[in-house]
Write a protein that binds this ligand. Structure first.
Ligand SMILES: [Zn+2]
Length: 307
């Protein structure tokens, strides 16, 4: 039901908002939260943000904070060979995938990963040959360097006085309270010719339209803002950031995760095998590729640069 609200859409600035309820489902507490959906651009945002969000991240099963998996010297050599082969041929993609080949930063580029969790991604980039890596995450225990090339900062990205050639957010943007502020910070800390990469869920998703508050990537209350492609583009224009390319990169998670919630389960990977056959997962993968090609997958990769 539409409401008259003093709040504005954090993406397109419209005050034409509709309220709906969503429950915490990842851990299965079923605590209820109010969200606002923009009736103009379709983006959604959590209405009242809890002062302390750490209880919603502190569970030891939260996937981003498991201990760092380090590579042996031999594994590092193999990863470096594999990366060079992938960058040249597109074959043997490492787990961090297609976006790196598209951006093709130099091995000496300074790279920031905002919302880095335990830092596994930048560690993998280091193991594959990159040399200047910084991860930022407010939920880290403290600032520390894994080695002279990989630095993890508990402080927020906004507080850093470093600048970067590549600034990345892999499923971190939606955990931010203020998308405009973080995009402004990215812009001000981006070196000339630098690139910004933001991977985030989007409300263009067919699964959002169909399943609404059961959508696995709504993820109340951890996801504070979820843009539509239109809303995100409008925000970028306001901040003065250029959207170079938008690629839908959703996968089968949107289907099996949402289906677990529909059945009343929490998000437990052990339940995948019990609930879905290999054939069903394969079908979900195919459907995700189809949705991506139609622009209705549930997540995208925004490639951005300075205007
Ligand atoms: Zn809007």
């Amino acid at each position: 039901m539409p409401i008259k609200s003093a709040q504005h859409c954090k993406f397109c600035n419209s005050n034409h908002l509709s309220r709906f309820k969503a429950m915490e489902r990842m851990f299965g507490t079923l605590e209820e939260f109010d969200y606002l959906e923009c009736l103009d651009c379709g983006s959604v945002q959590l209405d009242q943000i809890p002062v302390d969000l750490s209880p919603y991240y502190s569970n030891s099963t939260y996937y981003s904070f498991q201990s760092l998996n380090k590579s042996s010297p031999l594994k590092k050599i193999l990863k470096q060979i594999r990366l060079k082969f992938f960058l040249t041929t597109g074959i043997l993609s490492p787990i961090y995938g297609y976006w790196l080949r598209k951006l093709n930063p130099s091995f000496t580029a300074s790279i920031a990963d905002i919302g880095c969790g335990n830092g596994q991604l930048i560690y993998e980039l280091y193991a594959s040959g990159f040399t200047k890596l910084h991860g930022f995450d407010p939920f880290l225990d403290n600032d520390h360097s894994v080695n002279p090339h990989v630095h993890l900062w508990k402080s927020s990205f906004e507080q850093s006085d470093l600048t970067f050639d590549l600034i990345m957010m892999h499923h971190a943007f939606e955990h931010m309270e203020d998308g405009e502020s973080i995009l402004n910070s990215c812009k001000s800390k981006l070196n000339s010719g630098g690139k910004i990469l933001i991977r985030t869920p989007v409300t263009n998703a067919e699964v959002w339209n169909e399943k609404r508050s059961l959508w696995v990537q709504l993820d109340a209350p951890r996801h504070l803002i979820i843009p539509s492609v239109e809303g995100f583009t409008s925000l970028c224009q306001r901040v003065g950031i250029k959207v170079d390319e938008i690629l839908f990169d959703s996968d089968e998670f949107q289907f099996w995760g949402t289906s677990l919630y529909e059945k009343g389960y929490p998000l437990d990977k052990k339940l995948i095998r019990k609930n879905f056959s290999n054939m069903q997962i394969k079908e979900m993968h195919k459907k995700a590729l189809q949705y991506n090609s139609e622009g209705v997958g549930d997540q995208v990769c925004f490639f951005l640069s300075k205007d």
